[in-house]
Design a binder for this molecule. Structure first.
Ligand code: IFM
Length: 453
């Protein structure tokens, strides 16, 4: 670290005389792993997802998250693995259904558990990025209509205030809602998440409620913590994908790609710029509402980046919209196209639309049980970040999804995203070769500012 700082100072001094290229990763760049409570903790009985998982046919192989990785009984081991990986930042979520299992009834022991974790991490030199909503809702919220229920804004705000009061002073980064559009796509369009709807026409209301809930949470966190002298950074974690036409010359495929980009990728981020949550897909879905309290409610742009989809419109055969990968493309275990160029494309757009805004890569990873693709995958995505940082982009962290294999929603335990594999039943964590490489890589980057060959 010291060696790197001295070189940086020398380089900066020389910069007056010679055209020195901007540094790559600076010493304050954070390496991170990301997780979510429901996917790792187990015992989330008061959540809508627990009920969903008990419904036959919803989850591959009939799996459920009742044990997951049993993370609370493996804190020492997992934190020690984070140290091995050279992690500076841990992104995890707190579970609303555990903290407030009934309206207004807060379980202090649950919140304290998270507070102790945050403090423990701090003593290990690891900062926390806390996600407040990562796909799951308490059953009592779901029973009132979930994201369709207009009262969710106030209900979410009560829970957020409670968490901010307790964990606040130790948490520099907050994600209000993880991947709002994945909740919408999975729960309202394709019936693979609760509440299990299947119609484009149903998306406007829950999206509007998400933006309202985010905005209110943003202001609440700042009100509570700024008044105590803290300056937390608050944002969303947006899942953005590249949407390209399957057939470049086909106007319907091109239209589809444009509309997916407009609605899935940008409608919510843009609402934080001008308060307008606006889109239109003729005859199917539209929104044109003004949510003034959403203006300026991202202190950073949280980007979850995984892949791209090629979209094909088929007029005569259901399903009318198909998602494909590029011919000959490298794909992951889940069939997702490996496409680091897509990260470059999205960063260019983010930097254009949100000039100067701090950016965190809040998730990036792949399902790769045999660990054949993970090292080049991470290296290629980091190389994109490095180029943007050299170009002056304020990119502050890279969060790898994820630490251990865990409960991957509708895929159950069949998709292995972990740097550490997890043995079923014993829950033994074993580093994959990529975990060993990751630890060496982070140390080398801190010494040199560069990704090692
Ligand atoms: O596991 C999920 C996570 O919960 C949200 N982002 C994508 C990951 C991989 O599918």
């Amino acid at each position: 670290m010291m060696h790197f700082r001295i070189s940086a100072i020398l380089l900066a001094a020389l910069g007056w005389a010679l055209p020195v290229p901007a540094l790559g990763f600076t010493p304050d760049f954070r390496f991170c792993v990301a997780t979510a409570a429901h996917q790792i903790e187990g015992g989330n009985f008061d959540s809508d997802w627990d009920r969903w998982e008990q419904t036959p046919g919803k989850i591959k192989s009939g799996h459920d998250a009742r044990v997951a990785t049993d993370s609370w009984n493996h804190v020492d081991e997992d934190v020690s693995h984070m140290k091995d990986l050279g992690i500076d930042l841990y992104r995890f979520s707190v579970e609303w259904a555990k903290i407030e299992p009934a309206p207004g009834h807060y379980r202090m022991d649950e919140v304290i558990r998270y507070r102790d974790l945050v403090r423990r991490l701090r003593t290990e030199g690891i900062e926390s990025m806390v996600t407040l909503h990562h796909f799951t809702l308490p059953k009592w919220v779901a029973d009132r209509g979930g994201w369709d229920w207009d009262g969710i804004t106030g209900a979410f705000d009560g829970y957020v205030a409670h968490v901010a009061e307790t964990l606040g002073p130790d948490v520099p980064f907050w994600v209000t809602i993880n991947e709002p559009m994945t909740v919408i796509a999975g729960g309202y369009v394709s019936d693979v998440f609760p509440p299990g709807k299947n119609s484009l026409g149903s998306i406007a209301r829950p999206m509007q409620n998400m933006v309202r809930a985010h905005a209110r949470a943003y202001h609440t966190i700042h009100r509570i913590l700024d008044s105590k002298g803290f300056r937390p950074k608050v944002g969303f974690a947006h899942h953005l994908r590249n949407f390209d036409p399957a057939r470049r010359a086909n106007p319907l495929d091109r239209y589809l790609a444009r509309k997916f980009d407009e609605v899935f990728n940008w409608s919510i981020p843009l609402a934080t710029l001008d308060g307008k949550l606006r889109w239109k897909v003729p005859f199917l879905t539209r929104s044109n509402v003004f949510i003034p309290e959403a203006i300026g409610t991202q202190d950073f742009f949280g980007l979850n980046y995984y892949s791209r989809d090629r979209l094909r419109f088929s007029l005569f055969k259901a399903p009318f919209i198909r998602r494909e990968t590029s011919r000959g493309a490298d794909t992951t275990e889940l069939g997702w196209e490996v496409y680091p160029v897509g990260l470059d494309r999205l960063l260019i757009e983010i930097r254009t639309l949100f000039p100067g805004m701090e950016i965190h890569l809040t998730e990036n990873g792949l399902a790769d049980r045999d660990d054949n693709q993970r090292i080049p995958f991470i290296r290629d995505h980091l190389a994109v970040l490095e180029r943007h940082i050299r170009d002056g982009a304020p990119i502050r962290s890279y969060c790898h999804w994820t630490l251990n294999d865990n409960f991957e929603w509708a895929e159950g335990y069949t998709a292995n995203f972990g740097l550490y594999s997890l043995e079923p039943v014993t829950l033994k964590r074993t580093p994959r070769a990529s975990a060993i490489w990751f630890g060496k890589m982070t140390r080398s980057v801190k010494q040199t500012g560069r990704i090692p060959e």
